[in-house]
Design a protein around this ligand. Structure first.
Ligand SMILES: Cc1ncc(COP(=O)(O)O)c(C=O)c1O
Length: 442
């Protein structure tokens, strides 16, 4: 542990105002991670939803080592490229949605969403529609912490203290089946969210809207899985109103939900996908966007003042891309997408069977991405008073017992590495049950 005054040197967002210490991590193998006090944790959130293949993998270390020796840095600025970046872009086109084949690489998830939004605006500009610039995000949505992304976000806490939202960014209701208070009688939560989306599109004017950005499964919101009627209907509205659909798959991409990319669960294709996190299993920073062929055609045909101009020093970093290539190979060789699907079902069932306490309102998830929403009253679904910080206390108690989880309000988020065992899943469920019982004095 290091006390928070030491963090004067390394600025850090503490989990809450009462926290005085942080855990200093220093080693790991498989799904386990260690701190400098010699404690070992089962990492049930894969770092920050990203270390999907677990810690200490020799194949990923070797891939980085080999690439650093060959060429550590090779710019992808105008007129240059490097071998791993080119190879990775080609590999991604084989696993992502069929009509999306062209990748631009970034160094983080927020960067990926930034370039996705810029590209959506550029696309309409090139179509002679420069007023189509507005961006819609979802309630509870999280897309990163740059100014534009906190403006698109539906989690106001991330905007607090940072001044006004950028103009042109709006939030629309999300489908949150467990807590949908705007559905009419006989209307499903998915249909209600779609109706609200279209109402806002018409009110703002489709001629002014460039894109809608959605996480197919909302992670930081507490793993909100949309009902089956939602995303296909969103796609249809976007088509009808000429709005580009951006799928933020920074958490959900690369197998987290049991498919390479999550909109596949609903047979829906976006126009742009943003990715990050799991693409390198967290071993090195990398993100990016993949665009549809119709958008790539526009980008590639831009000349003079109409050129698509975007770049950054670390775009397509050779070592990050070499590691990502090895991640894709390992996912294929070790059939880790199927494993994520199967273990995800097991985790969901084990939680549903094992967490029988009356404070467990809902257990929900897709693949190895699961949320456990704790409630004061399961009948009325009344949430706990936020001042009780139930989610955060459960998170801390689980950490003291050797399992790392995350909390979003009173929802406990789980996203274990694909390489954890069934016994690890049992441990996660047991420790979580104990933590809930102790915190709530049940
Ligand atoms: C859905 C989603 N989008 C974007 C981001 C931002 O990614 P990064 O932290 O790499 O900028 C995150 C990070 O947690 C995320 O969960």
């Amino acid at each position: 542990m290091v006390s928070s005054d030491k963090l004067r040197y390394m600025l850090h967002s503490l989990p809450d105002a009462n926290a005085t210490e942080v855990t200093v991590l220093c080693g790991g193998e498989g799904p386990y991670i260690h701190d400098t006090q010699g404690r070992r944790y089962l990492d049930a959130v894969s770092g920050v939803w990203n270390v999907s293949l677990g810690y200490g993998r020799a194949d990923l270390i070797a891939a980085a080592d080999a690439q650093m020796r060959r060429l550590a840095y090779g710019s992808t600025y105008a007129g240059f490229a490097n071998e791993p970046a080119l190879a990775l872009a080609e590999e991604i086109s084989k696993i992502v949605y069929p009509s999306l084949n062209s990748t631009y690489f970034t160094a983080s998830g927020a960067d990926a969403n930034e370039v996705a939004v810029k590209t959506a605006r550029y696309y309409w500009h090139r179509h002679g529609l420069p007023s189509k610039t507005k961006v819609l995000g979802l309630d509870h949505g999280f897309y990163g912490t740059t100014l534009a992304m906190i403006s698109a976000s539906g989690l106001p806490a991330f905007r607090s203290g940072f001044g006004p939202r950028l103009p042109g960014f709006y939030t629309v209701p999300a489908p949150y089946p467990y807590r949908c208070d705007f559905a009419r009688s006989n209307e499903s939560p998915g249909a209600a969210a779609v109706r609200e989306l279209e109402r806002i599109v018409l009110a703002e004017g489709a001629k002014t809207i460039a894109a809608l950005i959605v996480e197919p499964v909302q992670g930081s919101a507490g793993v909100i899985v949309p009902p089956d009627d939602y995303l296909p209907a969103v796609r249809e509205i976007c088509n009808r109103h000429d709005i580009l659909l951006i799928s933020d798959e920074i958490i959900t991409g690369f197998g987290r939900t049991g498919e390479w990319f999550a909109m596949t669960h609903w047979d829906t294709e976006p126009d742009i996908v943003s990715f990050g996190k799991g693409v390198t299993s967290g071993y090195l920073p990398l993100g990016g966007m993949v665009v549809s062929d119709k958008i790539a055609d526009v980008i590639c045909s831009g000349t003079g003042e109409n050129k698509w101009v975007h770049s950054s020093t670390f775009s397509g970093h050779a070592v990050s891309c070499a590691v990502a290539l090895q991640v894709l190979k390992a996912i294929g060789d070790e059939q880790l997408i199927d494993r994520s699907k199967e273990l995800g079902v097991h985790l969901l069932e084990a939680l549903q069977d094992g967490l029988t306490s009356h404070v467990v309102g809902e257990v929900r998830g897709a693949g190895l991405m699961v949320g456990v929403e704790l409630v004061a009253d399961p009948v009325s679904r009344a949430p706990f008073d936020p001042s009780l910080r139930v989610g955060d206390r459960v998170r801390r108690k689980a950490q003291q017992s050797g399992v790392l989880v995350r909390s979003s309000g009173n929802t406990i988020n789980l996203a274990p590495p694909f390489v954890c065992s069934r016994a690890d899943i049992e441990t996660i469920v047991d420790i979580l049950r104990e933590a809930i019982t102790e915190v709530l004095d049940l």
